[in-house]
Design a protein around this ligand. Sequence first.
Ligand code: GDP
Ligand code: MN
Length: 401
Amino acid sequence: MDLYEYQARELLEEQQIPAPRAIFAQNSHEVAEAADSIGYPCVIKAQVKIGHRGQAGGVKLAHNRDEAILLSESILPMTIHGHKVNGVLVAEAKNIIHEYYVSISVDRTSRDYDVLATANGGTEVEEIAKEHPESVKRLHINALGDFDEEAAKRMADQIGFYHADAEQAADILLKMWKCFKDNDATLVEINPLAKIGDPDDESSKSLCALDAKISLDGNAAFRHDGWKRFDDPTQSDSLEREAAEYGLHYVHLHGQVGVIGNGAGLVMSSLDAVSGAGESQGTGVKPANFLDIGGGASAEVMKHSLAIVLSDSQVESVFINVYGGITSCEQVAEGIIQAFDELHSSKPLVVRFDGNAAAEGLRILAQANNPNIHVEDTMEEAAATAAKLAATALASKEAKR
Ligand code: GDP
Ligand code: MN
């Protein structure tokens, strides 16, 4: 789960990592109030869960109230790299002397944590890193060991912080590590970690986090009260939220064939099979969603899954692909029948069962004798039938129009 900058800042502030004063605002009235309270000049920053906002015109300097309002009116309606702006952060402007980049992230390859840092931070960090890979320092934090003051100091020295900054950098690294661990993060990134102050006054200089990007490990949500404080009802899909309440892995995809399966790999293959069928049949029909019911799913879970998929008004047919391992096809079949009874759905369903209790499951479906339930032997055949049924339903809707 990715956080907005204004949310990520909260977590940095909890560790007392220095950051400019800032206020989140969602309309020009709030911006005016925030800017007056922060003072001028201030920075108006688009809040979107994507980087490179600066280059896209989403970070601007305002010198007075009118300018703050004007800039926010141009930034608030923006869509940056496909992400709708959710508000702006009005932040105290700082005089930047130098920009560093520092991040801590999970490294799956070495099964530990990586500290990445470079003295060439800022908006061009990727380009400079590509041209001068030697300028990027990568250091590991052992997954089972800890990261103490001495290690942080050593790291700050190796990373290439200029002499005067190394001590504060070590302190910030330690605090970032605590932020990373305490919050079950997968990424804590500060870019720029800026050296700010008056260039002519050595004592005024210090490091300050001018931007923050944090991703949290969704699997740890239960340890943090579901991260309710980071809920984003304006952006998250209502079906996705409903599915999350039942512990289902659902992703809305906006096609016409609902897809339900057990195991992420099988569901991904099913999505490909549906897209492939839509293409080869020349209808362009596509999957409406990804839904993984997981291992050992009960009839109850199947029922909720079908209810969620069928409540998507774009869905014209549903493809259920279950390879029974821990999951019993018999349970899945019972869930399907229960859901059909309760939902009074007339949308066609195509089922492919294999593995644990497949024969029992198929028997239950046959006994129901429901003309809307179709059975196929293989994933490809089932995907083709589901795509065809969705296309037929769409065509008959078009004809009625
Ligand atoms: P990003 O483009 O999404 O990474 O957004 P950032 O918050 O990192 O801002 C982009 C750039 O704007 C930074 O690298 C800085 O150069 C500049 N910037 C951000 N805040 C300030 C500030 O307070 N003062 C000055 N002078 N520049 C800033
Ligand atoms: Mn940045």
